[in-house]
Design a protein around this ligand. Structure first.
Ligand SMILES: [Zn+2]
Length: 351
């Protein structure tokens, strides 16, 4: 038996939690009842002793729990407010920010921008009572973004996503929510919406910025979530760093930003949720499955299915969400958030 298949046996016991990287809603219908899952005592028998758990050795992609995603109809019903994908001319350039206005340290405001185009703004968000681990100022979040950006540019041959930077340095803002961890977690499948509301309440609402929040609080369902326009319009992707998905390792058992060039589970997941929030994978994609995912290869960044997720490739076959060249389905290569800006850049619904 190949190692992967052995792991699959283990991971098969985990899929109840599957709720690992992303979810936007509660447990879907159609899953086997809880009593069908193997009993907890069967869990460590495949070489995964409980005492190893946490911490999880890393990198260990084959140990990623598989993801299962709720069906699209579980999304809150919303009508697209705009065409699913529309052209948007770039704004006039801004002068790069002077370095003296980009001083290091914690900030709760938006520093001056290097660029005017659509971009991703990164946040470190804590619930009112959340422990401050300084992830915005100790390099962890910066390395996380660097790792998946480095990986993405390697996959595309150079193009990546545009981030909010000040004099070249990732501009990470800190937001402390008014709600406690328990209050936010009680939102269940809507933790992401709570985070988004807190970011807006803190004064961040730039019309060309997508929010990527590293949230130092919990979710009982998953380690992260994203919007998925046009079905679920929104501007915030979030990682729930203290999440405790059922039947899976605590999210915090994975390191964040362990390397500036090699993404780990949480880092890949942050990119995965960001792409959802940009409208990927479109329901029109040939291998679309499970509300915004691909079905054709578990190594795909956007895979969801019954196999363990082992992210290492961007759009396997280049036919679903990157570089497919069709005008009738969202293509990351044409996104206004891509750097360098492609010709005729497009934005998803709600932008
Ligand atoms: Zn997903």
């Amino acid at each position: 038996m190949r190692y992967d298949e052995g792991m699959r046996g283990l991971l098969g016991t985990l899929w109840v939690g599957l709720a690992v990287a992303c979810q936007q809603e509660s447990a879907p219908p159609g899953y086997p009842p809880p009593q069908a899952y193997p009993p907890p005592q069967a869990y460590p028998r495949q070489g995964y002793p409980p005492q190893a758990y946490p911490p999880q050795p890393y990198p260990r992609p084959q140990a990623y729990p598989p993801q299962a995603y709720p069906p699209p109809q579980a999304y809150p019903p919303r009508q697209p407010s705009a065409p699913a994908w529309s052209p948007r001319p770039p704004p006039p350039p801004v002068a790069p920010a002077p370095a003296q206005r980009c001083a290091a340290g914690r900030v709760t405001v938006d520093r001056p921008d290097d660029r005017a185009e659509h971009q991703i703004k990164v946040f470190y968000v804590l619930p009112r009572d959340g422990a401050d681990e300084g992830l915005d100022v100790n390099g962890a979040i910066a390395r996380s973004v660097s790792s998946f950006d480095h990986w993405l540019r390697g996959q595309t041959g150079g193009a990546g996503l545009r981030f909010d930077r000040c004099a070249g340095v990732l501009d990470i803002a800190f937001v402390r929510l008014a709600k406690s961890d328990a209050e936010v977690a009680s939102a269940g499948a809507f933790v992401r919406e709570q985070i988004q509301a807190g970011i807006i309440a803190a004064g961040f609402d730039h019309p060309r910025k997508l929010n990527l929040a590293y949230y130092g609080g919990s979710s009982r369902l998953s380690c992260g979530g994203g919007a998925w326009p046009p079905k679920l319009v929104g501007r915030t992707a979030a990682m729930y760093l203290k999440g405790t998905p059922p039947g899976a390792p605590p999210c915090a058992s994975n390191p964040l930003g362990a390397s500036p060039t090699q993404p780990g589970y949480l880092d890949f997941s942050a990119l995965h949720e960001s792409l959802h929030t940009l409208g990927f994978v479109g329901a029109c994609a040939p291998h679309h499955t499970r509300a915004g995912h691909t079905s054709d290869d578990p190594r795909d960044l956007m895979y969801a299915g019954d196999q363990p997720w082992r992210p290492q490739l961007l759009d396997v076959g280049r036919d679903d969400y990157f570089g497919h060249g069709r005008a009738d389905c969202p293509d990351l290569a044409r996104s206004a958030f891509v750097d360098p800006l492609p010709p005729s850049p497009l934005v998803p619904a709600g932008w």
